[in-house]
Design a protein around this ligand. Structure first.
Ligand code: ZN
Length: 421
């Protein structure tokens, strides 16, 4: 099985192999094919996938282990999804799946200008049942580069490692970079002449939909002459969409995923339009997925890129479908709130709290540190939100200690900038 999977060459071969593989091994898809009377032999090209139903996050959560195609004894790594809005879902990887991750990440690093001459400094979690950190480590190893695994936070240790080992690339959640810069300034570290040349930015957008820098991207690039590359990935796809040097969206790796971007009714959107990202995973042995709805909303671009690649590109994640907030008659996605807050240099910590009021409508409250609670500052925030988003959320001020405690939960992998109550 594994052998034929890796020797399948054309996308059509890979698709055909995937369908026969899941119909032989996936209890979940066996049931779907039976109940919907699906003839897999009628699905020959990516365009035929419309004959299959979507797989949703709820399907995955409800029938979690039914997606598994191999006996549990063959699992090499046990992963869980981040689960911002739901319980984390288990994801099982076989040895071949880990190798697929390594391939994905090495291709992704190459797309972002990486080579065996680079040294990567990893500022994200590599354990805690997290897939990405592991993928980065293996990807660097596969291209023959080096890696320094510092992990999240710890600015002192980050700078000490940079000065000691001269890494060329940082891999980080981009909102950590301003903290890193502030620490350098406060401690007289000459960060501008450090060995760092580029930053691979994961988990948060650094660009607006027109590919100009968003506030976070501006804040970083205005202070530090480094090249930023955005990458978008998820546990379920086990693959990444990473920007090339052109910075015009993350490239699909067509060997690993079939991409669809669909509207509310499930129909493909046109070039340049916004839709939900749907993926079919190729070459996955443990938990392959067919037409998996990620919930992420992106613009899709099918025209060839100036870098020479012809694979489709995804723009920055505008928001998650389930995180859409209806507030005072306006539709808002959390990243738009983060973007306004990131504009304000005085704001180092914040947490956005989304709740339902007595009428079932969404309410937004932003928690900020107490020392910012002055009439002048509040007035500035009100007018800033009004001009950028047309509406103003509520503000609550608590001590910096309390806010730090609420954001940096021990059991979470990244700071909680957004919570639902
Ligand atoms: Zn490109």
């Amino acid at each position: 099985m594994t052998t034929s999977m890796h020797h399948a060459e054309t996308p059509e071969h890979k698709l055909k192999y995937l369908l026969s593989y899941v119909s032989d091994h996936s209890p979940y898809y066996q049931k779907v094919f039976r109940e919907k009377s699906i003839d897999i032999d009628s699905i020959l090209i990516a365009g035929d996938l419309v004959k299959l139903p979507f797989t949703t996050k709820d399907d995955l959560a409800a029938a979690n282990d039914d997606f598994l195609c191999v006996p549990k004894s063959r699992i090499t790594d046990f992963v869980t999804t981040s689960g911002t809005l739901s319980d984390p879902v288990a994801f099982y990887l076989t040895d071949a799946d880990i190798e697929r991750l390594a391939t994905n990440e090495s291709e992704s690093f190459k797309c972002a200008g990486g080579s065996e001459h680079d040294i990567y400094q990893l500022m994200t979690t590599i354990d805690r049942r997290f897939m990405a950190g592991l993928a980065y480590w293996m990807g660097a190893r596969k291209i023959g580069a080096g890696m320094i695994r510092v992990g999240p936070g710890a600015p002192f240790l980050q700078w000490e490692s940079i000065q000691r080992f001269s890494p060329t690339v940082i891999i980080a959640i981009p909102s950590f970079i301003p903290r890193l810069i502030d620490y350098a300034i406060a401690n007289n570290i000459d960060f501008r002449s450090s060995s760092i040349q580029s930053i691979i930015c994961i988990g948060e957008p650094i660009r607006n939909s027109d590919f100009t820098w968003n506030e976070l991207g501006k804040r970083i690039t205005s202070q530090w002459n480094v090249k930023l590359y955005s990458t978008y990935a998820s546990t379920e796809m086990g693959a990444a969409f990473t920007e090339c040097g052109e910075g015009k969206g993350g490239h699909l790796n067509p060997d690993l995923l079939i991409l669809e971007v669909v509207d509310e009714d499930g129909n493909a959107v046109k070039d340049g339009e916004l839709g939900e990202v749907v993926v079919t995973t190729l070459g996955v042995e443990g938990m392959p997925l067919l037409r998996y709805k990620t919930g992420d909303l992106c613009h899709v671009y099918y025209s060839p890129c100036a870098c020479g690649r012809t694979s489709p590109r995804l723009g920055p994640v505008v928001g998650r479908k389930q995180q859409m907030i209806k507030f005072k008659g306006t539709t808002i996605f959390p990243p738009a709130l983060f973007d306004v807050l990131d504009m304000v240099k005085e704001i180092e910590l914040y947490q956005v709290v989304v709740s339902k009021n007595e009428f079932g409508n969404d309410e937004i409250t932003i928690l900020l540190p107490m020392h910012l609670q002055t009439p002048v500052f509040k007035e500035m925030l009100h007018s800033l939100f009004k001009s950028r988003l047309r509406v103003t959320p509520g503000f609550d001020f608590i001590t910096a200690e309390e806010l730090t405690f609420r954001m940096y939960k021990q059991e979470k992998r990244k700071p909680e900038k957004l919570i639902y109550i």
